[in-house]
Ligand binder design. Sequence first.
Ligand SMILES: Nc1ncnc2c1ncn2[C@@H]1O[C@H](COP(=O)(O)OP(=O)(O)OP(=O)(O)O)[C@@H](O)[C@H]1O
Ligand SMILES: [Zn+2]
Length: 725
Amino acid sequence: MRRIRLLVLNAALGVLDYRVPDGMAVEHGNVVLAPLGPRQVTGIVWEEERLPGQSVPEEKLRPILSVLPVPPIRAELRRLIEWTADYYCAHMSSVARMVLASGGALKGGVTVTEYRLTGQQPDRMTPQRKAALEKLEDQQGTIRELAEIAGVSDGVLRGLVSQGVLEPQEVDADRPYKRAQPDHAEPVLSPQQAEVADELVKAVEAEDFAPILLDGVTGSGKTETYFEPVASAIRAGKQVLVLLPEIALTENFLRRFEDRFGTQPTLWHSSLKSSERRRAWRAIARPPEEGGAQVVVGARSALFLPYAKLGLIVVDEAHEISFKQDDGVRYNARDVAVMRGHFERIPVVLASATPALESLHMAEVGTYRKLDLPSRFGGASLPTIRLLDLTEEPPERGRWLAPSLARELFTRMERGEQTLLFLNRRGYAPLTLCRNCGYRFQCKQCSAWLVEHRFTHRLACHHCGHEEPSPAACPECGEKDSLVPCGPGVERVADEVREIAPEARIAVATSDTLNSPARAAEFVAMAESGAIDVIVGTQLVTKGFHFPELTLVGVVDADLGLEGGDLRAAERVYQQIAQVAGRAGRASKPGEVLIQTRHPDAPVIAALAAGDRDAFYAAELEARRHANAPPFGRWAAIIVSSEDDKEARLAAARIGDARPRLDDIMILGPAPAPLAQLRGRYRYRLLINAKRTAALQDAIRDWLDPLDLPRGVRVGIDIDPYSFV
Ligand SMILES: Nc1ncnc2c1ncn2[C@@H]1O[C@H](COP(=O)(O)OP(=O)(O)OP(=O)(O)O)[C@@H](O)[C@H]1O
Ligand SMILES: [Zn+2]
């Protein structure tokens, strides 16, 4: 191959042709460095016929500079890149960037200098040196890592190096991770679990595409069950990817994984240090028999990594909407995982107690296979659910918990049991205003109220992250101490619990408080050891956690989720409340769930009370059929934004005027987005509803590509959107 076509990692350039210098071996999928004017670009060698571009005459082709020292991107992954870009109307180079997600990894193997004790004693002993000598026994690591282990400064350790107490050691940065042992601690599965595990193991052994919905009630032991096919893949020398929806759940998972397999899996998420990213990426690109990664646990971005020998994908809590990315390439990791399984010819397991309606529908029509775990492990029963009609039993003024919920909470405390109060609102109050003049605090960048956070004494915008100190006086009228909170957030509910039960040990669990793996681990340890009586939390604590002493769940406001710009609001409410209810009574003591609502007759709420999931899904499916909503029809959104309101409005109007007239595609808008301003950009929106059979993406491309819009205008395309704000 003398002439090659590159997909370069720069959306504006996209596709470029080059020549291969004599004596250089190049194949499809190679990652190469090529000259571009005075600069260099990274690109992937692609099949020319699959990548349309302008052909450059032979004599004008410049030679590429080098092939980077990483394995070629396999054809299966190249097909996934093409599919993802095509389906989500994104640039292939944006998808490719998620594959080549570590710049350091592309540079090849390197060595790093680590240190270990020599056995020599320092000439003068100090308390820090003593601590270092004790703590660093049998340890080896970089100065920074050792300083952390020993709890001393880098300087103390450098002093020890110069005295020969610590000696340098050149190590390979690609050294393998500790091997997972498939037989380390095999659990005794219940007959029901064993039956499902067998089917999953067979699917791994079949080495073929198989999308499987693992539908198991909360506490049925889905993790233990899917660990069996994971073990089977490890035995066969294949790699496994487990996708989790949030970092806060990772700690919990890692511990269970280590109990089962004797070591931790390889982690992948956005807050890895660049050295960790580099090592993980390179391990993932190597097959296990050459010391490559065996099991990778990660957030959605782990899906696009260049696995050398993938044998199984598990998407845990597959219904979670955090698998949907809402900027850049707006993909849904659950759906792309199934496509990856298709191209790699491997099974994909979607595990959930509350599957997405779309997934259940796929099972019903026979596209997915469904495996069920209908009862809890170890004889635990599902909790009883009771509605608390707030119109009949209102909380006292300025309070949010109805008297009977407060009473139940008190009873649990007396019995030494735990309560979880669920309210999906961070902070103290969703709105703050001035008692004197009515001034409301609003974000200057977004059309959103600022939310008061009392722990940090700040007002925060939950859309752009802007924060400012809570002022002592109203910025409008100058009145002192005039600010009043409106409505409840988790912090305010925690205050209320403090009033009813002053001796209660309370933990507020939100993305503000559990914002690192270490803090999440600390919270889990405290909850498990019984050092917490009442947990007040957002959706973060609705799933994955297993606290044996937790016997009461209170849903503070079940009606909350039914408002707002969520296309699947009823389904979301059902899932969240069913999941949080599933935290109660998971061990020997029975659980009870109290749901506070003003609309006990609303179909979702009634279905939750009756524990009738099938009826709810059936009714929701009918509603979707009437609305031509997924899974029957399809949605797409176009978001037009600019820092200049008029520019955005005019661009949206031009897009609206150019709309295609098609029988199977209906286009609504443009209209100002519900979140009309975000991060200083003004936003307008068009909504598309298409028949399942319509060529939706082609229609959008034919419509938008010819338009020449001002530079300041951004047009975002969201296929299968979740949020409509
Ligand atoms: N076969 C088994 N042997 C021992 N313990 C088990 C077994 N199966 C499940 N468990 C334990 O039961 C508890 C519930 O299991 P797990 O958390 O996997 O349930 P789940 O189905 O994921 O629930 P959820 O969807 O609510 O998160 C866990 O503590 C788990 O360790
Ligand atoms: Zn904002």
